[in-house]
Ligand binder design. Structure first.
Ligand SMILES: [Zn+2]
Ligand SMILES: [Zn+2]
Ligand SMILES: [Zn+2]
Length: 618
């Protein structure tokens, strides 16, 4: 069935490309006209949206009402908006506030603010009503007819960001909008800068059978709770209920439309339809939000697809297919698709089930993360990119949490990394990845500053480090616990870490994780009774140099994760690594093994335990 989607994509490539250079809404409209005239298209959509047999359970949803979009909103008395598609030719300006500019006939109006009431297709102009200083429409003289060149959208998305009032959205010279701190932010603030629930999500197709589609927890070992349509599965009935009620998820409406298409098409397309449905639902219900999905950047991605015909055809064709399957407007779905391409966060979780003995050194050594879902967040998407970011995102449940990992001056920009950080890839590779995916040229400090190491040297160091890493990993996986093997693993891990130190700037997650691995294998080498750690029984001892390193790594990892009282709830590899180190250090503090004389380590751990409310227990 997945080949149906591929066939449709193949068909789209063959179509005449008269649309290719037009604006997104026009492009997708033209392609839809071409596609929908083909019987193969109709047939394929019918198959993709076919209902499941008799086991399909209706939830009382009135199917007849699903297809119709809302009637177009009434506009000013002078210009009607009869055909929403016509009005949408000049993408999303209708209903927006604009600044007037470049008027030669009436230059006094330049700089004034107006509101676009309609697009007049036959005249190629916008109908714009001027607003007075209080934002009230000046209706007396009727709307002006203005060329697209004479209006520029007012940036209304500025202002508040997050719930804590510590940062705001601002225009950043040369970088569109960004988030800046409203006051000085201490390094690793105790609270998250942002906790934002996902606006919409789509589970990763490869993980669709292994993960709860709502909270993305692993389904291994739990009873199967499926949606009646069998297209979504959950860890609990609470998750299933929550999904049905959320238009940003596999909601009752999506379910009632039926079909296998959500499992056959890429998750970005699924996400795009959910974004559109959520927006439509919230608009209908009058939900107030600071910004809509259309306020996020999609032009960068559209521009990037302009360099790659195949990618542009694919984006437009997928929007057509997804819109037809979901019963939504293809222009809206394409905008949402472009927004999703440029703004999606990948929710990551550790690979495999949650370990029952969380402090096994092997698990700490080999744990890895995988992307389990794509998610859109309206506030978090305002953050700009840097290859040396000062903020870090984590994804407990369906939320995104943003923490700053170093001090940020008041007025300083909050930055996350969209791709590999400096040290992860060489400057050239990073810049071309960013420009291909998001359509911008990275001008971060790491990209415009002097290279720490040249790109030839970079590749050499990286290759050698990963060679050591592979050696360590294969020995860990061999299961051999003999002291000789553990010694070899320790050496290899230390070599790899030493090399990576040349590439990364501290505080850095990769380095801290590498240090945690070294601590893990050294604890095994020292003969610690690892399974008893949570009860504080360590028989062996880890030498004080390694403990110092573990402490540094712990402080670093703590900057990336939030304070959690309920230990054992760790749902990311960073949290797990941090828990591991806390236990390692606590158990050594209690038992005061030989070599535990380093006052500074001891007091730091005491401080950390105090800070994180970890007690010695009875
Ligand atoms: Zn769940
Ligand atoms: Zn369903
Ligand atoms: Zn950069």
């Amino acid at each position: 069935m997945g080949e149906r989607v591929d066939q449709l994509l193949g068909m789209a490539v063959e179509l005449p490309g008269d649309w290719i250079g037009t604006e997104p809404r026009e492009a997708v409209k033209r392609m839809m006209t071409q596609l929908s005239s083909r019987p193969e298209f109709k047939e394929a959509i019918a198959m993709l949206t076919e209902r499941n047999g008799p086991e399909h359970v209706s939830d009382g949803h009135d199917d007849a009402g699903d297809d119709g979009d809302e009637p177009p909103a009434p506009v000013g008395p002078i210009v009607g908006r009869d055909d929403p598609n016509e009005a949408a030719v000049e993408d999303d300006l209708v209903g927006c506030e604009v600044t007037l500019k470049g008027l030669k006939s009436d230059p006094g109006k330049n700089g004034r603010i107006g509101k676009v009431k309609a697009w007049l297709p036959d005249r190629g102009r916008f109908a714009v009503v001027l607003l007075d200083d209080d934002g009230v429409e000046e209706c007396a003289r009727g709307p002006l007819a203005l060329k697209p060149d004479n209006v520029e959208r007012v940036d209304k998305e500025g202002g508040a960001w997050g719930e804590r009032g510590v940062a705001r959205v601002e225009r950043i010279p040369g970088a569109g909008r960004g988030v800046v701190a409203d006051r000085e932010l201490a390094s690793a603030e105790a609270n998250n800068l942002l906790c934002e629930p996902a606006y919409a999500t789509a589970v990763n197709r490869k993980r669709a059978t292994a993960r709860c589609h709502r909270c993305f927890a692993t389904l291994a070992g739990s009873p199967l709770i499926e949606c009646p349509c069998a297209m979504a599965r959950y860890c609990s009935s609470a998750c299933r209920r929550a999904a049905r009620e959320d238009p940003g998820d596999h909601c009752a409406e999506e379910c009632a439309r039926g079909g296998v298409w959500t499992a056959m098409i890429d998750e970005t397309s699924v996400l795009a339809t959910r974004v559109v449905r959520k927006d439509r639902d919230e608009t209908k219900r009058g939900v107030e939000r600071r910004r809509r999905f259309t306020d996020l950047d999609w032009r960068g991605v559209w521009k990037a697809t302009g360099k790659d015909r195949e990618r542009r055809v694919r984006a437009v064709a997928l929007a057509c297919i997804a819109a037809a399957c979901a019963g939504l407007d293809e222009g809206d779905v394409l905008t949402a698709y472009l927004v999703a391409e440029g703004n999606t966060f990948y929710v990551k979780r550790p690979v495999g089930p949650k370990p029952t003995a969380p402090y096994d050194w092997r698990e700490i050594f080999t744990m890895a993360e995988c992307a389990v879902a794509s998610a859109l967040f309206l506030d978090a998407s305002m953050l700009n990119h840097s290859c040396e970011p000062n903020c870090f995102a984590s994804f407990p449940g369906r939320e995104i949490r943003i923490r700053n990992t170093e001090k940020v001056q008041s007025g300083g920009q909050l930055l996350i990394s969209y791709g590999p950080v400096a040290g992860g890839e060489s400057r050239d590779v990073r810049r071309s990845l960013l420009s291909d995916a998001f359509g911008f040229e990275c001008k971060c400090n790491a990209c415009v500053g002097r290279d720490r190491v040249g790109s030839v040297e970079f590749r050499r160091v990286k290759q050698t480090a990963s060679m050591y890493d592979d050696r360590a990993m294969s020995l860990v996986q061999s299961g051999d616990d003999s002291p000789e093997v553990l010694q070899t693993i320790t050496l290899a891990a230390r070599q790899s870490m030493g090399l990576l130190h040349q590439l990364y700037r501290w505080p850095n997650l990769t380095l801290a994780m590498e240090a945690t691995r070294v601590a893990a294998v050294e604890s095994a080498l020292a003969g610690c009774v690892v399974r008893g750690w949570s009860e504080g029984r360590a028989n062996g001892r880890v030498d004080s140099t390694s403990l110092t390193m573990a402490k540094d790594a712990l402080l670093c990892l703590s900057a990336f994760t939030e304070k959690r009282r309920d230990r054992g709830e760790a749902d990311g590899v960073v949290e797990r690594a941090r828990d591991f180190l806390v236990n390692l250090l606590i158990s050594h503090r209690r038992h005061k093994p030989a070599g535990w004389n380093d006052v500074s380590v001891s007091s730091q751990v005491n401080f950390f335990c105090m800070m994180h409310e970890i007690h010695d227990g009875p």
